[in-house]
Design a binder for this molecule. Structure first.
Ligand code: NAI
Length: 336
């Protein structure tokens, strides 16, 4: 890729995936505007870009606030005179089980992840349309495509980003602006650092390519979409998840059946997993808490009967369907 003479703005590029994208653009010759709500992190990325011999500016702006975004685009215009590439990367999570999620958790995530993309696309499109050239790449998430426990706010925001990408691709094609989305799966960044180790191991087991993604894996796809090699690609969502998104079936709790106190083990693992439904299963809904202990006793029966590969339906009702399946020493509890 060669971005010599191009200007890119990457939101949330003080850390993680955004930082990686900004550096990759600079390595390929672009000048880059760095945006973040952490001035320190934005300054640090900008310095790294300058050390590569490119121009960079560091802009503190909250993408959720339209006035701050308007000022950010004015700074880009006065510094570089143009914008060729916008990457809407800034994003946050405020996870919680639906019945416990606060209005504030919902609003914050929708404001940054969805309204932030609207704000930035609006001002970028005005500048890009004047020059009849532009590339907009929105960072979505596999959570939007697959659904993810405790992420109703996050998945909804990213689902909105996907829908907006398709609509803007149609609206802005007349100005020769391409709009696409990249949908990462599980990528190692500060955002995912807080995921408990056991859950990380579990998630990696769900990835056909057998590893977590790196920020550069996402950066490579973004660079392609930002390049003129992708001139005939618009309105698309490119998954970058090591094959994780291909899977639609989800086991969310795994336990070792050799453990003596199986019932207790299932409860502990459910809590350790930290997933909303697990928490909900154990604490929130008495009938489901009871179900968990019944599942434990069913699991013991399964061992006794030495039935392998059994899928057993248990108490349909609160959720659509639950099943317990045994594979060797592993018991899978699934919710569909
Ligand atoms: P991160 O937390 O490492 O980086 C996000 C950056 O955005 C931070 O520097 C943060 O300060 C900045 N930011 C947050 N709110 C902002 C705001 N209102 N205005 C401007 N900047 C703001 O996260 P990561 O992992 O690098 O995520 C980047 C994007 O990729 C996000 O949109 C995220 O939802 C998405 N993503 C990440 C995945 C992962 O596994 N890490 C998976 C799927 C999607």
């Amino acid at each position: 890729m060669n971005f010599t003479g191009k200007t890119a703005l990457v939101t949330g590029s003080g850390s993680g995936i955004g930082k990686s994208i900004a550096l990759m653009f600079a390595q390929a010759g672009a000048n880059v505007a760095i945006n973040d709500v952490s001035q320190k992190d934005a300054d640090s990325t900008a310095q790294e870009i300058e050390s590569l011999g490119r121009e960079a500016i560091s802009i503190f702006a909250n993408v959720a606030v339209q006035e701050e975004v308007r000022e950010m685009f004015e700074s880009v215009k006065s510094t570089f005179g143009q914008i060729d590439i916008l990457v809407n990367n800034a994003g946050i999570t405020r996870d919680g089980f639906l019945m416990k999620m606060t209005e504030d958790q919902w609003d914050q995530v929708i404001d940054v992840n969805l309204k932030g993309v609207f704000n930035c696309c609006k001002f970028a499109a005005r500048m890009m349309s004047e020059r009849q050239y532009g590339k907009i790449i929105n960072i979505a998430s596999a959570s939007a495509q697959m659904g993810n426990i405790e992420q109703s706010n996050y998945a909804a925001s990213k689902g909105g980003v996907i829908s907006m990408t398709k609509t803007l691709a149609k609206e802005l094609a007349q100005f020769h602006i391409n709009v696409n989305a990249v949908s990462p799966g599980f990528i190692e960044t500060p955002m995912t650092e807080k995921v408990p180790e056991k859950v990380k191991e579990y998630l990696i087991q769900q990835i056909p390519l057998g590893r977590a993604g790196k920020p550069e894996d996402v950066g490579n796809v973004v660079c392609f979409l930002a390049s003129d090699q992708a001139a005939y690609v618009t309105g698309q969502v490119i998954s970058c998840s090591g094959g994780m998104y291909v899977l639609v079936y989800k086991d969310f709790m795994v336990t070792d059946l050799t453990t003596a106190n199986l019932s207790q083990e299932i409860m502990t693992k459910a809590k350790a997993f930290g997933a909303g439904v697990s928490t909900g299963l154990v604490n929130d809904i008495p009938s489901v808490a009871e179900l968990v202990s019944r599942i434990a006793s069913d699991a013991e029966k399964i061992i006794q009967e030495r039935i392998s590969g059994l899928s057993r339906r248990i108490e349909p009702g609160v959720h659509e369907r639950r099943s317990l399946r045994r594979e060797g020493n592993t018991c899978h509890l699934s919710v569909f």
